[in-house]
Design a protein around this ligand. Sequence first.
Ligand code: KG4
Ligand code: ZN
Length: 393
Amino acid sequence: MKILAIETSCDETAISIINAEGGLSNPKLSVLSDVVLSQIEIHSKYGGVFPALAKREHAKNIIPLLKEALVEANLFSKNDSMSEIPEKETRKIFSHEKDLVEDMLDFLKNTAPPNIDAIAVTYGPGLEPALWVGINTAKTLSLAWNKPIIPVNHLEGHIASVLLNKGQNEEIKRPQMPSLALIISGGHTELIKIEDWGKYEFLGGTVDDAVGEAFDKVARMLDLPYPGGPPLSKMAEKARQTEMNNPFVFPRPMKHSGDLNFSFSGLKTSVLYTIKKQESVSEKEKQFIACAFEEAVADILVDKTKKALEEGSYGAIIVSGGVSANSFIRRSFQELERDTDIPLLIPDLSLSTDNACMIALAGFLILKTRMETIITDSKNLKKLNAEGNLKIG
Ligand code: KG4
Ligand code: ZN
């Protein structure tokens, strides 16, 4: 079956179409299209994501991306029948996104209903104005094309991103249940027990900043652009290439807290004080600071994951979310895999940061385990709302 997925929870507008066959134990999954448009350049001027700006950009780009994804998947054809489109309902759904409604009506008039089986859409957590653009698009397509909607939790999407994880000989690695997931992104730092697909238990999370947020803030202190993770990581690698000892070392807050929670705010402040104490910070010093910060983060993440592993019995470790793209953090978890002999699954780089393919994959998991959450009757569409603070487990 073919699932079209929409993701607009933060600053990436993304559409993907996958084909999924078979059961959960050995599914055959293929990606027919996966388009992502990042708003990074627009937000980087402000050093962070502005919800109203994000919403406007999603509204501007979602229809061109939708068309692109259909064309790429070979599912686009022009509508030459004069079939009715749900104009009145579409206008009602988009009553708060007036700039989008005409484009949407135009798209519906000109596009034949594609051969897809369901529409998956992120409904939280994230920025509510941004989420609504995706949700309203899904509602309209569901009405016009008569397809069910699968509401998806963005966090389950990050977990599902490892379903396409390839091992050394290109064979797909399947996580043995129960598995332990660590989601590390710009908005999340969460340890989750996956009893089985669809059965999640929250084990611990950040009490202040998310780990990606800490990367972004420290990067800013080092005069690096937003989002700070990738340039900070490059800077840190330079320090590792020298023979010199790193003169900086930063604290590991909550390392010995006895629970599975995290804190990154103290670490961030410690970097700030270190920088403020110096009269000026040389390029070399910046590299050492970036390196010491990254090492502190990796140490905290691995340490808490180890603790969670000790408290349960797990068949796999899943590390996903934007920060899992970090090469030092990847290496640290590969070491943990060697030490514990528990298989590690990290998504492909293209599926680490926000994308819609992971939302389609989560949609597949929901189809197989939680049919009751799928909206098949258009009367129930109004029950689907953006949930900015949606939790998992
Ligand atoms: O998953 P994601 O795209 O969006 C959220 O759901 O939050 O994650 C974005 C975060 C940003 O904070 C970004 O700085 C961080 O992931 N990130 C990285 C790297 N690539 C992205 N952090 C550290 N190292 C990286 N290579
Ligand atoms: Zn994310």
